[in-house]
Design a protein around this ligand. Sequence first.
Ligand SMILES: NC(=O)c1ccc[n+]([C@@H]2O[C@H](COP(=O)([O-])OP(=O)(O)OC[C@H]3O[C@@H](n4cnc5c(N)ncnc54)[C@H](O)[C@@H]3O)[C@@H](O)[C@H]2O)c1
Length: 492
Amino acid sequence: MSTNRRDFLKGTAWMGAAAVAAGCMSKSTKICSGISMQGFAAPALKKVRVGVVGLGMRGPGAVHRLANIPGVEVCALCDLYDVRVKRQQKWLADNRKPSAKEFAGPEAYKAMCEWDGIDVVYNATGWDMHVPIALYAMEHGKHVFIEVPSAFTVEECWALVETAERTRRHCMQLENCCYGEAEMLCLNLVRQGILGEIVHGEGAYIHDLRSLCYADPKIDSWSTGYANYWRLRHNSQHKGNHYDTHGLGPVCQYMNINRGDRFDYLVSLESNQYNFELYGRSNFPGHSWKDKLKVDMGDMNTTIVKTVNGRSIMIQHDVSSPRPYSRLNVCTGTKGIFNGITFANKPEDAFVSGNICHFGWEEKNGAGVHRYFDFAKTQEMRMKYRHPLWKKAGELAKKIGGHGGMDFLMDLRWCYCLQNGLPLDSDVYDLASWCCLAELSEKSVRNRSCSLDVPDFTRGGWKSAKPLGIVDIDMDKIGLKSVGKDTSALNV
Ligand SMILES: NC(=O)c1ccc[n+]([C@@H]2O[C@H](COP(=O)([O-])OP(=O)(O)OC[C@H]3O[C@@H](n4cnc5c(N)ncnc54)[C@H](O)[C@@H]3O)[C@@H](O)[C@H]2O)c1
């Protein structure tokens, strides 16, 4: 089966009209501008003025991180619920930050996007609002940064690509795991040629989320539970891997996907669903609709992708089995393997652990075949090949927090790029090719794991685009020394 761009446009001629009807595009919209956003840099912004929409479990951390980056101001706060907006306004006041303009209600994001007091919309809403808000923001001249996964269908991905191209606005997915210490270490190893030619990668999102999915959100306090149970509802209606980017994003950077290589096709296979409904029935007996809900999504999904240059990638998704968290993070090359299993006995290590395993085994005359490097050697390699961004800002990132510091490094880096007129580390094509696997994996699962082509959202640009380099920031230039003191108690 083929899902190339022409087929997509033929089959979705209605989409422009639908987008216009939804208020996402103007009537004069030309569907394809044809001007690539690969390597795009917007004019430098002296001050980055951000509007954060979605102030549930995830959004407040973003408010706190961004407010601690010099030259960045959280100028607008937006949520369905006024009480959530007010809580972040109070945080800004308590932390001696300028107050933000408030927006509350289901359509309030429109007024925020239309407001000329912001340059950037940071979207941490539930999944159904990612694309509508992003399209509306770009149409109103704002750069958009969208939580993961930013989109779920091939059509949505094309809509984001074509709107970014036409409006010349950044549209970046906030894939924080690309900034994890272990992931960046692996990227550095790859760039230094330590692993040789990259052959295969593995990524995953294995995280038992059953209690979070069924939990009742408490709107007027920071709570564990998704607003309107969006994740439970989504999982009940879908199969396939709808949350692939934590594991996939870093592997794509190791392999230069969209920058020298690209996805060719995939197949996806899924176990039955054994755990989800059982959990609902056992833990929420007689509870309104939840204990009766049919969940379509199987417990374990395994999707495998072949690239046009012949590499393979395995991605897994399991949010309903009682097992420890893991993103796998495996990268094998012709000279060795990086095995960064994000998995630890101590919760505080959960996001920063990573074992470098067994690379360069040829030098050991095959002695490495049955064991990885020992702890001392692993530590030595970790230090030697620590990514420059982690060397420079890693300790501050850990102090400010957000999944062991990677969330802060991600935000710091894109803010730095906007302030200095640099291209971002990840673009709308990365977003589209990583996210479209949601729909394609679901289609494959529902059709006896048939093979499906993955669209080339770059329209051939992948052949000449430059790989992501070893990125860095100038700490003095961004004025980071000034944030040291008042972040000591902050863990976002
Ligand atoms: N990158 C990561 O590590 C990471 C971690 C957790 C969550 N996430 C992502 O962050 C996003 C939010 O997750 P969460 O756990 O905070 O969910 P949540 O349900 O706690 O928060 C979502 C918020 O969006 C608000 N919202 C919904 N519709 C809105 C609208 N029309 N206008 C304004 N606000 C609206 C809700 O009121 C709620 O406060 C999801 O996309 C999730 O996948 C990413």
